[in-house]
Design a protein around this ligand. Structure first.
Ligand SMILES: [Zn+2]
Length: 1027
């Protein structure tokens, strides 16, 4: 097939071929230079600039002024609408005609009032400039009968694919960036040149990727060299000979054992990140319009698409596009995946929030497309809770796809295809595409990497490859599809087939006999700063989760008390969706720009405002609208706590509140009041009969004694409540990463501005306050509160924070020795080591947890509780809570300002389970709420549970309005039988899944005592009851 022998010089042959297709060198005589033929200017270009993102109908009626190519427009985040008129020359009949448009920003073409098939984008942030993405195909083969005069609109968003970072991608956006169009003309596009270029590119890549060790690489080298010999760029007649040589090479088949790559189009669109939510809506529009146009031309093309919220946006902003999507979903080409409302963070949302992500997502997909997702899809999130497998299974999902653990800084995760076993033993089949990417380009490199990286060689012979520009959207291109088509079965390369998640996972399941199992969380050894960054977002998330929890319970109870009460189903759905949106994997982690933070805080404000109104309505129904004061307890145990009556008197009261119920405030006296003694050395002794502590002048705890057991909690020679500050300069990902070396820069905060002094002198509550200076710009003021009857001490903290690249934490060195500490996660808890034996141990120098963490030895321990923090580190015997960070990118003002938060310390005897640490952490996070009530309100409890280990987490109306949903979980890690007692007249009770689908085979066992339920450790049980 080759007509002359060549010298044995790999480099010259390879570079010769590269130069033949270079867009930089020798374009006067090489093949690349022939991609475009004749060109012709446009007739007119006019433009209109808008500060807002407006719909086409509004934009098209504006006054457009003449625009000259090269003129600038902007600034950042504005939109420039162009109106373009053009006439295609008659002589171009039979040719493929493109509008060539090269501009900054992201653009969408509109024709006849609709977004049309191809978007125009210049990838200006280090991505390759894909030819077909800067041109709009006016005609694939111009006919005389076609309209030659056309008017188009081009909507150019003044932001790049990755926002507008000043100087680097993740830097805070440059608000003053200006944009321009560099080229706008009509051109003849030579399709045959494009096809031959693809042959050349793929062969050159095979030579490079297979390297010198493989015979097949040399065959590609000689083939491509001979193609250069045969191809005369000036003579299209010569192309077929070169093409048939390539064809021969690509058609040589593999043997049976070859690995199969299941390719799926994908387009990862962050719901907000370096751009605001509103721009994401247009990113979806731009990306998915392209996808649909590719589907029209490529009936085998499959595209996977996650996040119900994004579908919802497209439905309301681009209804025409949405109905096309519905058609292609029906055909099985456009595949909704993931089953969640957004691709949420995998660590921080509460258990109930995670359930709601699936509930809202799956219900949306069923409603709009008649299908529910069978796989959870979270390629780009910063770690995965050990409770996810159970939640997935409960939502009808048995498969999971991600790849983020390939970002681990320290340890290489040992599997690509495996069973992931969660906290309760639930298992899901899990696949990490071995190419370690969710935005492949269909290139040889992607495929070779997929085979080579596969850590389950011999166990799994199928892998996924997700292709399409991602993160900022973009999606697949025709070129990517052409590449993949060329090498479907080419000897030496993996087989490639266009596929779907369903087919991938069915194949993996069928061959799963040898797969390994990974038990417990999938911890990402990177981005550990995201447990702390943007503290305000985290606080709002925690508090709004609690508020929605309380609204649902109060409303269900109100409905029982007052049949005329309307359960606010629609409003609650709206508020939940806002909360779920903010749990997106660049919002709640705090890795977003300032504009997103503003949007997120507005959403929280709406949840709080509307939520408060809903609570008031429910409380009115519950308390019979009287003039007295009562309390509402949403938690499933009786509580006796000191509360402040905010009816103007600001007086304190020790109240009793029944489990999930209401009672009037009847002040009772504590068994032992709190006593506060200012000592001669300036320290303060605080005692409440349970705890005794001495607070030093600088606010640290000199001692913390558990009175009954006479056990000291603070380590010898140390103090508790020690604020410490660290230098916090990561390697690159500023808002995301805290590096191990920050620990070497620890400095205690010692400078006292105002020494400790008594604020509340005792009785029901004793408290002291002090102020420390963190730096000349920052201070911390704290009130240490001891309540009567309360087994923990609260630290109400206010920080004035104006630091740069610093990390504030608080430490409690405790008199406890244990190789493991315990952290609360979604619907349960898990242990992590307190030592740094192996690389897997020390890579977890900063970890996440929810409302509490505990360090216990036999019969004694100390718990740290908090009301809005997520970052912890417990090393040896020092328990540390992470408080505030000060990264400067992508939000230059992240965390600057005033912060308020509360944490608490709780020494205890026995185990944390027996000491009610879990209940105390709930109490701290779900304060008793005051309600107006009639003076004769009788204390009333709707539900209680016979055993402390089982927590009734959620009470809500069923989504379909038929019945009440109760969600309980086993919180101790024990197998137990519990009775759910209720004063409500339960007519029927059924087990159901997390999507509230009744299990007809499992009626709940109702006795005169209540509903009897069996739990395995950390099991979540959902009941559907009718009253
Ligand atoms: Zn992402």
């Amino acid at each position: 097939m080759y007509h002359l022998p060549v010298l044995k010089h790999r480099r010259t042959l390879l570079e010769r071929a590269e130069k033949f297709i270079s867009d930089v060198y020798f374009t006067d005589c090489n093949l690349r230079g022939r991609l475009y033929g004749d060109s012709c200017p446009l007739e007119t270009i006019t433009s209109f600039l808008s500060a807002k993102r407006i719909p086409f109908s509004e934009a098209s009626t504006q006054n457009f002024a003449p625009y000259k190519v090269g003129d600038t427009f902007g600034p950042t985040w504005w939109t420039c609408w162009f109106k373009v008129t053009l006439t295609i020359p008659e002589t171009w009949t039979g040719k493929e005609v493109h509008l060539l448009w090269e501009s900054d920003g992201e653009a969408m073409v509109w024709r006849d009032g609709q977004p049309v098939q191809v978007i125009l984008q210049m990838y200006d942030v280090g991505l390759t400039k894909e030819g077909e993405k800067t041109s709009y195909i006016l005609s694939e083969c111009l006919k005389d009968s076609e309209p030659h005069s056309v008017t188009l609109y081009v909507e150019v968003a003044c932001n790049g694919l990755f926002g507008a970072g000043q100087g680097s991608m993740i830097a805070a956006p440059d608000p003053n960036r200006m944009f321009s169009v560099q080229k706008a003309e009509l051109v003849v596009f030579n399709k045959d040149v494009r096809a031959l270029l693809t042959d050349f590119e793929m062969l050159v890549d095979i030579v490079k990727e297979l390297g010198e060790g493989e015979q097949r690489g040399y065959q590609a080298l000689f083939t491509v060299n001979e193609m250069v010999n045969l191809c005369d760029p000036a003579d299209p007649g010569s192309f077929s000979k070169a093409h048939s040589l390539a064809h021969t090479f690509f058609s040589q088949r593999n043997g049976d054992s070859q690995h199969t790559v299941q390719a799926m189009g994908h387009c990862h669109i962050d719901s907000a990140w370096l751009w605001p939510y509103e721009e994401t809506i247009r990113k979806c529009g731009r990306s998915w319009v392209t996808v649909i146009s590719l589907m029209e031309k490529n009936p085998d093309f499959v595209f996977t698409c996650s996040q119900a919220q994004q579908f919802q946006w497209v439905k309301s902003w681009y209804p025409g596009l949405f109905s096309k999507i519905q058609q292609y979903v029906k055909k099985g080409q456009f595949i909704p995946v993931g089953g969640t409302w957004v691709e949420m963070d995998g660590n921080l949302p509460s258990g109930e929030s995670m359930v709601r992500q699936f509930l809202e997502g799956q219900r949306f997909f069923i409603q709009e497309f008649g299908l529910h997702c069978k796989e959870f899809w979270l390629p780009d999130t910063f770690g995965y809770s050990a409770q996810l497998p159970q939640i997935m299974q409960g939502c009808g999902i048995s498969n999971f796809l991600t790849q983020k653990l390939s970002w681990n800084l320290v340890n290489t995760f040992p599997h690509n295809t495996f069973f992931w076993e969660g906290l309760d033993g639930s298992k899901v089949l899990t696949h990490f595409p071995p190419g370690n990417s969710y935005e492949m380009k269909g290139k040889i490199e992607d495929l070779v990497k997929t085979v080579r990286n596969n850590k389950d060689k011999g166990r799994a012979n199928h892998s996924a490859a997700l292709f399409g520009f991602g993160d900022g959207g973009g999606g697949p291109t025709q070129l990517m599809l052409d590449r993949l088509r060329l090498i479907q079965d080419t000897d030496g390369l993996p087989r490639v087939q266009m596929s779907s998640p369903d087919s991938l996972f069915s194949q993996l399941q069928a061959d799963s006999a040898l797969l390994c199992t990974w038990t417990g969380e999938l911890f990402l050894e990177l981005h550990n700063g995201t447990y702390t960054t943007q503290a305000q977002i985290k606080r709002e998330n925690r508090q709004c989760e609690a508020q929605l929890h309380d609204i649902e319970i109060a409303s269900c109870l109100a409905l029982c008390r007052d049949r005329t009460f309307q359960y606010p189903q629609e409003k609650l759905q709206q508020l939940w969706r806002l909360l779920l949106l903010n749990q997106f994997h660049d919002v709640i982690p705090g890795s977003c720009i300032g504009m997103v933070v503003e949007d997120a805080l507005k959403h929280y404000e709406e949840i709080r405002r509307d939520g408060n109104a809903l609570l008031r309505e429910a409380f009115d129904a519950l308390g019979s609208k009287g003039s007295s004061v009562g309390v509402f307890n949403s938690l499933p145990w009786e509580r006796r706590e000191v509360i402040q009556i905010t009816d103007g008197s600001k007086k304190l009261a020790l109240v009793s509140a029944p489990s999930v119920g209401v009672s009037p405030v009847k002040d009772t006296q504590p068994v032992t009041p709190v006593s506060i003694t200012l000592q001669s050395d300036g320290t303060v002794l605080m005692e409440n009969g349970i705890l005794k502590t001495v607070v030093n002048k600088d606010g640290t705890l000199a001692t913390l004694n558990l009175t009954g057991a006479n056990r000291e909690a603070i380590s010898d020679g140390c103090v508790g409540n020690q604020f410490v500050i660290f230098d916090d300069v990561p390697l690159y990902w500023d808002a995301w990463d805290v590096m191990d070396y920050h620990l070497q820069t620890r400095k205690p905060i010692l400078e006292v501005v105002e020494p400790v002094h008594v604020v509340s002198s005792g009785g029901l509550r004793g408290s002291v306050a002090f102020t420390l200076r963190i730096s000349d710009k920052s201070t911390v003021t704290q009130e240490i509160v001891m309540d009567a009857m309360c087994p923990y001490i609260k630290f109400n903290t206010k920080v004035q924070w104006a630091e740069s690249h610093k990390f504030l934490k608080v430490e409690f060195p405790v008199r406890v020795r244990s190789p493991n500490a315990t952290y609360e996660i979604q619907f349960g808890h898990l242990q992590r080591p307190t030592h740094w034996n192996t690389s897997w141990d020390w890579a977890r120098f900063e970890v996440w947890g929810h409302k509490w963490a505990d360090l216990s030895e036999y019969n004694f321990g100390v718990a740290l509780l908090n009301d809005c923090k997520y970052g912890y580190s417990i090393h040896k015997n020092t328990m540390t809570l992470s408080l505030l960070r000060a990264p400067k990118a992508p939000d230059a003002l992240a965390d600057m300002g005033t912060h308020q938060f509360t944490y608490a310390v709780m020494p205890h005897t026995g185990s944390f389970q027996d000491a009610s640490v879990i209940q105390c952490a709930y109490n701290l996070n779900f304060p008793l709420r005051l309600i107006p009530c009639s003076p004769d309100l009788v204390p009333w409890s709707a539900f209680s549970v016979s055993t402390e280990s089982v927590i009734l987490e959620t009470i809500k109306q069923a989504e379909d309005g038929k019945g009440t949903v109760l969600r309980l979980y086993e919180s101790f890690g024990s197998s137990v039988t519990a009775t759910l007692r209720t004063t409500l007249p339960v007519r029927e009770a059924w087990h159901c899944d997390l999507l509230e689908r009744r299990d007809a085979t499992q009626p709940a066992h109702v006795t005169t005592e209540g509903i009897v339920l069996n739990f395995k450790p950390f099991q979540i049980v959902t009941l559907l009851i009718t009253l």
